[in-house]
Design a protein around this ligand. Structure first.
Ligand code: GLN
Length: 311
C-alpha cells in the first residue's frame, strides 16, 4: 500500500510531533547501563491503519530495544502455542497496581499478569519449557511477523541486561519455588532478556499494534500472526495492566489498549481501526515515555479514539 501524501492524520501527527519536541521532561532509563546511552532527543510517531497505510513523523526508523512491549506479543504467542488453559493457570489477569519490576505475587503465588516482569518471565519460561533452545527463535520470529520484517537482537543491551538483571533473577527464583518457572532459571532469563533486547522502530510498533487492531492479521503483509482469541485476551490485559501502575489513568484518559517499554516505546492498538507506535526515550516515574503519553493523549483527543466513546 502507498502512503497518501497529505491526510488529516498525517498533518495531525506532524503537528503533535512539533508540539511535543520541546518537551524534555523525564529521564532515559539507566538501570540497564546500555539503555542509558540512548539519545534522549529521539522522537518518532507512527500510525498504521487496519487497511495497511502507515503514517510517520520524526524518528520513525531509529532502532531501539522493544523491552516490555514484547510482553504483549509473547503472551499472545503463548496463548496460541500452549493453549489458554495452561497459560491462564500459570499467570493471572489482575492488575498489580505496582511497578513493573515488583517481586510481589498474587495470594495464590501466581504472577498478577503477563504485562509485568514476573508474569512475562513466567510466560517466557512456559515457552522455554516447551520449545527448549528454540524458544527465543520462536519469539523473535513471532515479533518479526507482527512487525512485518525480520527483527534482530541488540547484543550489547542483552549482555548489559543479563549482567545487571539480579532483580529479575530474584523474581525467577521466587517463581521457581512455586512451580511458576521450571527447569534452568538462567535459560528462562536469557530467553526473557533476549526478547527485551530485540530492536524495533516506531514504525514497527505501529504495524505490530495494527496487527492487534486487525484481530491478528498483519494488515501490511496480510499474514495471520495470532488468533482472534489471543489478540482479544492480550488487549484485555493491556487495558488493565499494559501501562503498569498508570494503567487506570491511561485507559480513563486515552482509552486505547497499550503497552510500554523502558526503551521509550509505546504500542497502542484500537480494535478495527489502527495501531500507534511512539518512540521517545525519556521516561516518567512509572517507566512510561513522557512524550509517548502526551502524544497518545493528543491523538486520542484529536480523533476521538477513546474506545468507549466511539459510536
Ligand atoms: N527488560 C526490562 C526489565 O526486565 C523490561 C522492563 C520494561 O520495559 N518495563 O527490567
Amino acid at each position: 500500500p502507498t502512503t497518501p501524501l497529505e491526510t488529516p492524520l498525517l498533518r495531525a501527527i506532524r503537528d503533535i510531533h512539533a508540539r511535543f519536541t520541546p518537551l524534555h521532561d523525564g529521564e532515559v532509563a539507566s538501570y540497564i547501563p546500555e539503555l542509558g546511552k540512548a539519545d534522549p532527543d529521539h522522537f518518532g510517531i507512527a500510525v498504521a491503519t487496519t487497511d495497511g497505510h502507515v503514517y510517520e513523523a520524526g524518528d520513525t526508523t531509529v532502532p531501539f530495544t522493544i523491552q516490555s512491549v514484547s510482553k504483549a506479543i509473547v503472551y499472545a504467542l503463548a496463548l496460541d502455542m500452549l493453549g489458554s488453559d495452561k497459560v491462564e493457570a500459570a499467570i493471572g489477569v489482575e492488575p498489580s497496581g505496582e511497578a513493573f519490576n515488583s517481586i510481589r505475587l498474587k495470594a495464590d503465588n501466581r504472577p498478577f499478569n503477563a504485562m509485568v516482569n514476573a508474569g512475562a518471565i513466567c510466560c517466557s519460561g512456559l515457552l522455554a519449557e516447551t520449545a527448549g533452545d528454540e524458544a527465543f527463535e520462536l519469539i523473535r520470529s513471532t515479533l518479526s511477523r507482527f512487525a512485518g520484517r525480520e527483527l534482530e537482537v541488540d547484543d550489547a543491551v542483552f549482555q548489559s541486561e543479563r549482567q545487571t538483571g539480579d532483580r529479575n533473577r530474584a523474581i525467577a527464583y521466587l517463581l521457581r519455588t512455586y512451580g511458576g518457572v521450571r527447569g534452568d532459571v538462567d535459560h528462562v532469563l536469557d530467553t526473557y532478556f533476549r526478547q527485551c533486547s530485540v530492536l524495533v522502530t516506531a514504525r514497527d510498533l505501529a504495524v505490530m499494534g495494527a496487527s492487534f487492531a486487525n484481530h491478528g492479521v498483519n494488515p501490511v503483509t496480510g499474514e495471520t500472526v495470532a488468533s482472534n482469541y489471543a489478540v482479544a485476551r492480550t488487549l484485555a490485559v493491556m487495558i488493565s495492566s499494559g501501562m503498569y501502575d498508570f494503567a487506570g489513568e491511561w485507559i480513563y484518559r486515552v482509552g486505547v489498549p497499550a503497552k510500554s517499554g523502558v526503551g521509550g516505546g509505546i504500542l497502542a492498538a484500537l480494535p478495527s481501526q489502527l495501531g500507534l507506535g511512539i518512540f521517545s526515550p525519556r521516561l516518567d516515574a512509572h517507566g512510561n515515555s513522557v512524550r509517548g503519553l502526551r502524544t497518545c493523549a493528543a491523538l486520542s483527543d484529536a480523533f476521538d479514539l477513546h474506545m468507549l466513546s466511539r459510536r
